[in-house]
Design a protein around this ligand. Structure first.
Ligand code: PLP
Length: 375
């Protein structure tokens, strides 16, 4: 039936119009005010402007929305991404600098430099491939052993970059800043300081979000790169260091409501059985949207202001919620997590995961919107 099609079935613009009338089943509100206030709070603690990490679609929040929210915020110097495609997509949308934090392939270097993207380099081969108009942040490996040149090599690369007028920044990445034991972080900062001192004109940065909150102001650093904390999720033991609020609230629509008779089970595997006749809402949000299936048996969601149990196994597109005693209707919205009652930390705990996974896992079907207030 694909070949030839059916003349009665709309195509092209008419089909697009119909598609546009199909409503999203799940929404993510991205709170611009929380993002701005989190940025200011973190910049206050670090004593520096920020490079806001917006890799992985801004930790799932939507890079275009986050860039829009922070574009005019003076405490944000620029944005950082992980992939050349992310850099090339973002650079034309912002007046702020965009830093690519991973190596670009030789054929990507010229086009990225044309867009003004700041490149990261870790090796002599990468330095050799740079065009004359590149602006570069030299990556120094102080113990993460992921990217970067070891300090003696970094001194040589930095000198070569400086001689060519390409060096804008020098940076390192902390491996254990979320560990209450700060010895590793302090050793990394110490190793970095020696390289940093050789290039006083370069912008130096080292702290991720945990590093900002754990170390505060670090002499000699000019910028900081807090990611998860910017989105409102500091490490638990550092929560008192800054007032941060989650920036994302996910809500999903009730698609069906019915009464499950006593003794019958709900969802795959029949893991949950109704002890009595139970009112159950089917909510249109599943693991394909980022609801961790591993949270089955522990997950809860907010309906009509009450926190209720998710019943049975979380499915790909739906989950079932105990709404016994509530007059829940089809079409109303359930809060999966947000900034008031439940958070991404709860979903992470229920699924033995981390907030990074929960937030970056929020799927493409979830309609993201920038909101100015709690709404
Ligand atoms: C992701 C990333 C950050 C931000 O880390 P958070 O833990 O989210 O604060 C900073 N720097 C680099 C190099 C990164 O890859």
């Amino acid at each position: 039936m694909i070949a030839g099609g059916d003349a009665r079935v709309p195509v092209g613009r008419e089909a697009s119009r119909i598609l546009g009338g199909m409503l999203a089943r799940a929404r993510a509100d991205i709170h611009a005010g929380h993002l701005v206030r989190n940025a200011r709070a973190l910049a206050q603690v670090s004593g520096t402007p920020l490079i806001a990490p917006v890799k992985a679609d801004a930790y799932g929040h939507g890079v275009n929305l986050v860039a829009r929210a922070l574009e005019d915020e003076p405490s944000v110097w620029g944005f950082a991404v992980a992939m050349p495609r992310e850099a090339a997509a973002l650079a034309p949308l912002t007046r702020k600098p965009v830093l690519l934090m991973t190596p670009a392939a030789p054929e990507e270097v010229g086009p990225l430099a044309d867009l003004g993207v700041r490149l990261s380099v870790s090796s002599a081969e990468e330095v050799a491939a740079l065009p004359a108009h590149a602006r570069v942040h030299l990556k120094v490996d102080t113990g993460m052993n992921r990217l970067g040149a070891k300090p003696p090599e970094a001194l040589r690369l930095g000198a070569a970059l400086e001689a060519r007028g390409l060096l804008e920044g020098v940076y390192t990445h902390l491996a254990c800043a979320d560990d209450p034991d700060l010895r590793m972080s302090e050793a990394q900062i110490h190793a970095f300081a020696a390289v940093r001192a050789a290039f006083p004109a370069a912008l130096a940065h080292a702290q991720n979000g945990a590093g900002v909150l754990a170390l505060g102001r670090v002499p000699g650093l000019d910028l900081a790169r807090p990611g998860l904390a910017l989105y409102g999720y500091p490490p638990e033991h550092l929560r008192a260091r800054a007032e941060l609020r989650p920036a994302m609230r996910v809500t999903a629509r009730v698609g069906f409501v019915h009464t499950v008779p006593a003794g019958e089970s709900v969802s795959y595997g029949a893991l949950w059985r109704a002890p009595e006749d139970t009112r159950v809402a089917t909510v249109q949000f599943g693991y394909a949207d980022g609801y961790p299936r591993g949270a089955t048996g522990r997950a809860r969601a907010v309906v009509r202001g009450e926190v209720r149990d998710v019943l049975g196994r979380i499915c790909m597109d739906q989950f079932m919620l105990d709404v016994q005693g509530l007059d829940v209707r089809v079409g109303e919205w359930v809060e999966v997590f947000g900034w008031d009652v439940l958070s991404a930390s709860d979903l992470a705990a229920w699924s033995d995961g981390i907030e990074y996974e929960v937030l970056t896992g929020i799927g493409a079907r979830v309609e993201r919107t920038l909101v100015e207030s709690a709404g």
